[in-house]
Design a protein. Structure first.
Length: 108
């Protein structure tokens, strides 16, 4: 979600039923025909969730959008542990499933 101004958040103290969190207090722009209620909450770990309440819905659903993907994995996850060969002056990277490998030659 886009960054929201700090003053637009209202802190809510923890209770026996809910952890401490913040609620985005600026009203949403929506169509006049949209009778759903919208709320954004921010948890103490900075995770933000958009909650949508539709009193006419007969089912509930949940969705999660994580803003990173497989290209954000560290090299060791993608290609396994690098192996340095000092005799050939090369670095060999092999995927954990051994289907992909790459060699990089260097001079030192």
């Amino acid at each position: 979600m886009a960054t929201k101004p700090t003053q637009a958040w209202t802190s809510v103290a923890a209770t026996s039923e809910t952890p401490a969190h913040s609620i985005y207090s600026v009203p949403f722009e929506k169509s006049q025909l949209d009778d759903r209620e919208y709320r954004v909450v921010r948890l103490s770990n900075n995770l933000e969730a958009l909650l949508i309440s539709d009193k006419n819905a007969d089912k509930a659903a949940a969705s999660l959008d994580v803003d990173v993907g497989h290209l954000s994995d560290p090299v060791s996850v993608l290609l396994g542990k690098p192996q340095l060969d000092t005799q050939t002056r090369s670095l060999r990277l092999t995927s954990p499933d051994a289907h992909t490998s790459a060699s990089i030659s260097c001079s030192w």
